[in-house]
Design a protein around this ligand. Structure first.
Ligand code: PLP
Length: 398
């Protein structure tokens, strides 16, 4: 018998849980988009997004998902025949590289596999070997949402500095934004892309590209960028419609305003700390289950694990069995093991992922872990006992 009534909890790594405050803010009649209040709304959102990104530089906002933000960043900077170095630690940097190739940009990829972060020595060697500075940029994900690896952006910046290579540093923070510590200006990142549906807790549909003066100067010298993607007008608009290159996504902006208010009221440091505490508790539970069974964190080293998402190996078909059981009996949807398998089809039966980004607290994490614990017992999957106690203790220590 299935028992799934009660409030549903979607614990996939984005789109994330939408807070009631965000939903309620969106629940209103359509505004007059020419009202000066709309301009003020967008200006405030632009400024607060920069605060969350840790930058005083430019931000262009798009009606787009993360793929749109990827394309916007590339289209403003590169022309056919340009070359970039892509550092892959899972699925998503490959996606960004494929997008670049579709625009005629040549990509060289260093693939660090599915269980490791970027190795700085390899980057150092690749950049040092590029004597004629053919690489126009280095592209990497802060967090890869498939593997849940966290890359050290500061270390990557240092590597570029040590080689003296002038390539732009471009970081995808789509999974990590508002979850894992990131400070664009302090870490001297040149371009950063983000989206609204993960740490920003807003329904999917807005993409953001942050860029500094170095990137702006390069794009100014570029001959062709379509007017829709051109980031110049959007980042320094003198008319309200220039923010979005046309009609603004009014209700998403209402929602995003509420979400940013929540983040800034809690305080960004506290938001990061909460994500770290909850991610730490999840990791503790998985390690206990794995102490007497097949479950295992995909990323073993705590310093290399994201606070936004956790990817878990358990062996086929138990990843799917666990996900199905908790969805049908506990009202929780866990993430599929997208991009986690070395071999393919059916790629996700041996894996699952937990999204813990945005609107999340201790009781949600304990409930979710409790549901997985019950699934393990019901499905007779070997596991160590005491995972819930370990998670509770990890959260009590904070
Ligand atoms: C790290 C990362 N980059 C890019 C994307 C693509 O974003 P979207 O699905 O919004 O196009 C995702 C989506 O999950 C992601 O996690």
């Amino acid at each position: 018998m299935l028992h799934s009534s009660g409030r549903h909890y979607t614990a996939i790594p984005g789109p994330s849980v939408i807070p009631d405050q965000v939903l309620q803010a969106m629940h209103q009649a359509g505004p007059n988009i020419y009202d000066p209040k709309q301009y003020e709304l967008m200006k405030g959102i632009q400024s607060d997004l920069k605060t969350v990104a840790g930058t005083k530089h430019q931000l262009a906002m798009y009606i787009a998902n993360g793929h749109g933000a990827w394309e916007a960043a590339l289209a403003n900077l590169f022309s056919s025949g340009d070359k970039v170095l892509v550092l892959a630690t899972g699925r998503f940097a490959h996606g960004w590289a494929a997008m670049a190739r579709s625009l005629g940009v040549e990509t060289e990829i260093i693939d660090f596999g599915l269980r490791s972060p970027i190795d700085q020595q390899s980057v150092y060697e690749a950049l040092s070997a590029d004597k004629s500075h053919e690489y126009k940029a280095v592209l990497a994900c802060h967090v890869d949402t498939a593997t849940s690896v966290l890359n050290d952006v500061q270390a990557l910046r240092n590597t570029l500095d040590e080689t003296g290579h002038p390539a732009l540093l471009m970081i995808d923070c789509i999974a990590s934004f508002g979850c894992d510590r990131f400070e664009m200006d302090n870490q001297r990142v040149d371009v950063m892309v983000a989206a609204c549906q993960k740490g920003l807790m807003t329904p999917p549909g807005m993409g953001f590209v942050f860029f500094n003066d170095k990137a702006a100067a390069i794009s100014a010298g570029k001959e062709l960028v379509s007017s829709y993607w051109d980031w110049t007008k959007r980042s320094q608009p003198d008319e309200f419609y220039q923010f979005f290159g046309g009609t603004s996504p009014t209700h998403q902006l209402f929602g995003l305003r509420a979400a940013l208010d929540m983040i800034l009221t809690e305080g960004l440091e506290n938001v990061w700390q909460r994500h770290a505490m909850l991610a730490g508790a999840i990791a503790k539970a998985i390690n206990v289950w794995g102490s007497a069974g097949p479950m295992e964190l995909n990323i073993q080293e705590p310093a290399h694990r994201s606070n936004a998402v956790t990817s878990i190996r358990v062996g086929a078909p138990d990843g799917t069995r666990i996900r199905d059981w908790v969805e049908q009996n506990a009202g929780i949807t866990l993430g599929i093991g997208l991009g986690m398998a070395e071999s393919h089809e059916p790629e996700w039966h041996g894996f699952y992922r937990i999204g813990h980004m945005g609107h999340l607290n201790r009781q949600m994490v304990m409930g979710m872990l409790g549901a997985i614990d019950t699934a393990l017992k019901t499905l007779n999957i070997d596991h160590g006992n005491g995972a819930l106690e370990a998670a509770s203790a990890a959260m009590a220590e904070q």
